[in-house]
Design a protein around this ligand. Sequence first.
Ligand code: SAM
Length: 311
Amino acid sequence: MNQNIKHIPVMTEEIIESLKIQENGIYIDSTFGMGGHSIEILKKLGKKGKLYAIDKDLNSVLIGNKIQDQRFCIIHDTFSNILNYAKSKQIVGKVDGILFDLGVSSLQIEDYQRGFSFKKNGPLDMRMNQNCGITASDWIFKSDIKKIICVLKNFGEERFAKKIAYAIKNYNKRKKITETLELVNIIKRSIPIKNIFKHPARRTFQAIRIYINQELEEIKNALKDTLKILKPGGRIIVISFHSLEDRIIKKFMIKNSVKEIIPYGMPITEKEIEKLKICKLKIINRLFPSFEEIKKNPRARSSILRTAELK
Ligand SMILES: C[S@@+](CC[C@H](N)C(=O)[O-])C[C@H]1O[C@@H](n2cnc3c(N)ncnc32)[C@H](O)[C@@H]1O
């Protein structure tokens, strides 16, 4: 792990404000990363407050383990297991706030040995948890053209998905792609490069990363469970970095904040009707980073923060 890498946390002030931190409250940071947000939460917590953190990247957990604070603990796990974590800590229905700061941390993107970056060469891995799952290199090698096109389109919204997939598979006939810049060069050779501001491999790397780490499934599953873990008045805060994630969060918050419309004459009992009518969430805000923040931290550029509160 490169000790010199720094991660500038995104929209910290807005997060702290949206979390409405209670002195002795219980909080979960589901995406510890390099701990930027966790540290700020701890500063606001009183002596009896608690902060539970999660990260699926072992390097992040190693950073978290260095925090000597009895109000804090961290586990190495995926946040789709958040309910089990909450059960093990006996905090189901007691939590005041849950934070998700999605995507990759600087620790991952700037360590070229992890394979997330299209800027410098490294092994084509892309797994957030290197103890399990398949590497990007193996996945590309094993997948057929159809599957690669589907991933590039669905998770990268890549216009040239077909061209890139064919170029990859042609290359695979001679050699397995094992390094990041090998993949970048294949992409560069296979598509017209017009937009000099956007790297031609950006969408492909995003798509493969999302697929390899099952990022969209993870967030869908975890969001559902937050409704069981929070206490009434507790808040969910999610920062997303692209429209695919944001769509899921927006849909989840809207779905759970709108009363179901029950069609007239539907054969269900009064009790069932009452259950359906309950809307569990109140949408609090949707925030974007300030110009000042984007100037200081260009990574914040595409972030959107959404907050909802359990009723
Ligand atoms: C954007 S960074 C978080 C940065 C952090 N807020 C900070 O201030 O340093 C996202 C982190 O979430 C972790 N992560 C992403 N998906 C995860 C998942 N499904 N379960 C657990 N951790 C996840 C990544 O490993 C990464 O460390």
